[in-house]
Design a protein around this ligand. Structure first.
Ligand code: LHQ
Length: 264
């Protein structure tokens, strides 16, 4: 029988794997899923041994977005305050992923719809199985793309494609998503977890303090002019230049041996 927890965590060799685990509902989000996922991400940040996060879904889907059976809105009662749902559940989750000082890899193992698609796009490096699909399902139920969708999509794929996807809810295959630059890579289904794990291992063994600064800089880039951004790079490089990993990187290069980074 499937484990009852809506989110599973598995720590190994510097990598925290986080698996959305409500396969019978295509890993759709309810409040409990949010609570568990936020706790897992907090655990990743607070445990110094964790140096990369790998997120995926159990079963045939990555995540179908909000669990639409969670509240019955058909009965003609008072409309739920979806703004409150975003404010208290989805927005803090997206912020937490973006602010995490660790690389977050998302292995999209199957369909990613609604908020599920946009939470994948909030991650730092997204790999998807050939059979996976991304669906901005919101327009089908009268909603707007949330969880950062209207921010991520135009930046990743341009306004023309972003508007068309958001307004039509047309599914995008993993291969198209990769060719558009929406995600990093589309890989054969059978190779997804292997490839994602190898990547997670590479990052977890990397100069992770530098990677965290890199993540922050790239995210900041669209929010400030070049002049201010050059200052941010200067400050970040100063910090990176003070890490043990910088010394180790240069020393290992000069000694013609593989670097042994420890993230400090
Ligand atoms: C589901 C769901 C689901 C519950 C599949 N909920 N059961 C934020 C703020 C607050 C409120 C509103 O939303 C948001 C953000 C959002 O995410 S809005 C967008 C919500 N998501 C969707 O609209 C997607 C709904 N799902 C689908 O369109 C399809 O299920 C997809 C295209 C994802 C997959 O299609 P299929 O592969 O054909 O699978 P299926 O439809 O047969 O689903 C399998 C089961 O999973 C089925 O249950 P059943 O008991 O019949 O086997 C579905 O009812 C259930 N399921 N998504 N979001």
């Amino acid at each position: 029988m499937a484990d009852a927890k809506p989110v599973l965590t598995d720590y190994r060799d510097g990598i925290l794997q986080i698996t959305l685990n409500r396969p019978e509902r295509l890993n759709a989000f309810n409040e409990e899923t949010h609570r568990y996922l936020r706790a897992a991400l907090t655990q990743a940040q607070e445990n110094a041994e964790v140096r990369a996060v790998l997120m995926t879904g159990a079963g045939r889907a990555f995540c179908a977005g909000q669990d639409l059976s969670d509240r019955d809105i058909r009965a003609g009662g008072e409309a739920p305050d979806l703004g409150h749902t975003l404010e208290t559940l989805y927005n803090p989750l997206v912020r937490q992923i973006r602010e995490l000082r660790l690389p977050v890899i998302c292995a999209v193992n199957g369909v990613a719809a609604g908020a599920g698609a946009n939470i994948a796009l909030a991650c730092d490096i997204v790999l998807a199985a050939h059979s996976a699909k991304f669906i901005q399902a919101f327009s089908k139920i009268g909603l707007v793309p949330d969880s950062g969708g209207t921010w991520f999509l135009p930046r990743l794929i341009g306004e023309a494609r972003a508007k068309a996807l958001a307004m039509t809810a047309e599914p995008v295959s993993a291969e198209t998503a990769a060719s558009w630059g929406m995600i990093w890579k589309s890989v054969p289904d059978a190779d997804l977890m292997k490839e994602a794990s190898v990547l997670a291992e590479q990052l977890a063994n990397g100069a992770t303090a530098g990677l965290a600064l890199t993540k922050q800089l790239i995210q900041q880039a669209s929010q400030q002019p070049l002049d201010a951004h050059l200052d941010s790079e200067r400050d970040a490089q100063r910090t990176a230049g003070n890490t043990n990993d910088y010394r180790e990187g240069v020393t290992s290069f000069l000694e013609k041996r593989p670097a042994k980074f420890n993230g400090s």
